[in-house]
Design a protein around this ligand. Sequence first.
Ligand code: FDA
Length: 368
Amino acid sequence: MKTYDYLIVGSGLFGSVFAHEAKNAGKRCLVIDRRKHAGGNLYCENIDGINVHEYGAHIFHTDNREVWQYVNSLVEFNRYTNSPIANYRGKLYNLPFNMNTFYQLWGVHTPAEAEEKLAEQRAEYANIECPANFEEQALKLCGHDIYETLIKGYTEKQWGRPARELPAEIIKRVPVRLTFDNNYFNDPYQGIPTGGYNRLIDALLSGVEVRLDTDYFANRAELDGLANVTVFTGMIDKYFDYRCGRLEYRSLRFDTKRLDTPNFQGNAVVNYTSADVPYTRVIEHKHFEYGTQPTTVVTYEYPDTWNEDKEPYYPINDKRNNAVANEYKRMAEAQGNVLFGGRLGQYAYFDMDDTIAEALRLFRQNIM
Ligand code: FDA
């Protein structure tokens, strides 16, 4: 008899939810992770009592009531509402695009005035019938002012390419809100776990055996031999030895500073939307949890090209990569006793709520 029912590769949100469910169903699980900590990209480092989102800002939001009830049954959530600010050449604007933004851009006071201004802005580009690239598409959707001030520079930094060289399909709509509402998300449920994300991961992995600093690929045959089923949440192309080619990602570089001031920017998230500032965002972590510490910690976020030595943050879901990923997914389906999940195992961008829903779905479908 094998020692475990499940070997779960990766202690990120996907692996942790799967392990939690399996343990509650009486299954024997071993979770491994190559990092020195559990939690994957949700992990927070504690500096001066502030939970620093080590792998980028994480804000929980969902319209899925089951997922919201699930996480609330594990930890308490605060009332944090994401309302980012954009800084364009020293001037501040509210996001998402709403009546506050339109007042700041054009001095308009009413929805009717804003609609008139938006129509006037769009009319300038009405002659673009089939947008050939991102820039044309964005101009057609929202006109010059919003595009130049709040979209162009930020997007070019994110993708590392001029907007005219990016495909039009990246931007399908530019949502505008004709109310004075700075809540970035439309979802009914939103917040940050009280005490930070590590508490959520601890609750999920409570009672589960976890081995850190353990890379699956360093000892693959032996690890597979321990369990009846492997749940793999690492890179799917690496699992198959890159047989169909390598998948590409976009990476990020974080520059984190501890500052001797209680409040640096007055908001958790400030986006820098002009191309001449090299970073895209500055995160002041304490504001996610209404921190009152005498010091603060800020992180400058720089988009980065990806290579094997860097974290693969965002899949690049273009035609080539999707075709390669589909090959791997076909190969994955043919594996009898290996299940693939999570953002790397499925080569997809999943928000945290989607990740939980997917892990619950995979578990329920495959419970032995
Ligand atoms: P994740 O990458 O977290 O975990 C995979 C784990 O597997 C890692 O711990 C890794 O070390 C381990 N692993 C990989 N290969 C291994 C190997 N060979 N051997 C052993 N272990 C291995 N979502 C949201 O809802 N709100 C938000 O605000 C954000 N913000 C955000 C910011 C940034 C910068 C990113 C990149 C993503 C977000 N997200 C988000 C998405 C969120 O991060 C995502 O939903 C979850 O982290 C996905 O969890 P996974 O378990 O799939 O991956």
